[in-house]
Design a protein around this ligand. Structure first.
Ligand SMILES: [Ca+2]
Ligand SMILES: [Ca+2]
Ligand SMILES: [Ca+2]
Ligand SMILES: [Ca+2]
Length: 337
């Protein structure tokens, strides 16, 4: 074992010279060689560590250790892309953004939180959804969906009423009218029918007698008709009596007066005549030739027969002013027997 016979510092190099020796502090030390003190490179800032490394002083040297988020030997430290390397701890529902020495986590749209913990936003409950007034909102993880209400069509953001009357997708039957409404439709029985619109029945209008009291009512499918009774004529919506006398369509006897009545007429024999009005006979019993079947007294008959005179005037009255010869007529003798 070599004996130590110089007094250089233990941190110095001893260099032999002729008759002497030199003491020189080693790298990392500072001093005159006899006394060498550790150099704090870190403190003095003469280290060669990366700016992204931690410098730790050691006796005679120093260590460089890359900061968290960097990788390297300490002298060279490169940023670690935690996002790409998949070593971040962002929430599954967050975006990872790398930056020098670290990374950021930002919750994705539809989530909220600090990036490490991200929870779904219930847009439906919060009222931040984009659904149309006529749509329902359904919450999903990270999003929401809008579904148009029944009776509406669209993407949920915009919903339009479906015209069930036009597309035929309605339950209105024949005899009913389809009425489109927002979100729905309704059926209305046509005039002349009653029911809920999906089933319509004919109204028997005659039961409430819509016709004139002098008319007959006939119910028909979806309607009704009125026809004036005999003796009446339609005048607008009502039936008015037909004046048979005025119209000259009666069958009264020529020796009778026609008297109009509501719905009919009657015949009244002239004064001096007897009968039902349709047939009138002279009342006086004279032998009026034209009537032929008159009742005559034997004297009158005799006179008529013998003298061929008739003792009746046109009104059936006796009188000699209108005496007529009865030459064209033959009396019915049987009447007088
Ligand atoms: Ca959501
Ligand atoms: Ca509709
Ligand atoms: Ca009817
Ligand atoms: Ca009449």
């Amino acid at each position: 074992m070599q004996e130590r016979n110089h007094n250089c510092s233990e941190y110095a190099n001893c260099t032999n010279n002729v008759g002497s020796y030199n003491c020189t502090c080693r790298d990392g030390f500072q001093g005159d060689g006899l006394s060498c003190k550790d150099l704090d490179e870190c403190k003095l800032g003469i280290d060669k560590c990366s700016q992204f490394a931690q410098c730790t002083n050691q006796v005679g040297t120093y260590d460089c250790a890359c900061h968290h988020g960097f990788r390297g030997n300490g002298r060279t430290c490169k940023d670690v892309d935690e996002c790409r390397a998949g070593i971040h701890n962002c929430s599954l529902n967050a975006f990872c953004a790398n930056n020098v020495g670290a990374f950021n986590c930002t919750c994705r749209e539809g989530y909220e939180g600090n990036g490490w913990i991200c929870t779904d936003v219930n847009e439906c409950q919060r009222g931040t959804h984009s659904c149309h007034t006529h749509a329902s909102c359904h919450n999903f993880q990270g999003s929401h969906r809008c579904y148009c209400d029944r009776g509406y069509r669209g993407d949920g953001q915009t919903c339009h009423d479906i015209d069930e009357c036009q597309n035929g997708n309605n339950r209105c039957i024949l005899n009913s009218r389809c009425i489109n409404t927002p979100g729905s439709y309704s059926c209305q029985c046509l005039d002349g029918y009653y029911g809920n619109g999906e089933v319509c029945y004919d109204i028997n209008e005659c039961s409430r007698w819509p016709c004139d009291r002098n008319a007959a009512c006939t119910n028909t499918d979806g309607s009704y008709s009125c026809s004036c009774n005999d003796g009446f004529r339609a005048y607008g919506q009502s039936c008015v009596d037909y004046d048979e006398c005025k119209a000259g369509v009666h069958d009264c006897h020529e020796k009778a007066t026609c008297i109009n009545t509501s719905g009919s007429y009657r015949c009244s024999c002239f004064k001096g005549y007897r009968g039902n009005g349709k047939v009138c006979k002279g009342e006086s019993g004279c032998a009026c030739a034209r009537l032929r079947r008159e009742v005559c007294s034997p004297v009158e008959f005799f006179l008529c027969y013998v003298l061929s005179y008739c003792f009746c005037d046109d009104n059936g009255q006796d009188g000699d002013a209108n005496l007529r010869r009865k030459s064209d007529t033959r009396l019915d003798f049987t009447k007088f027997i």
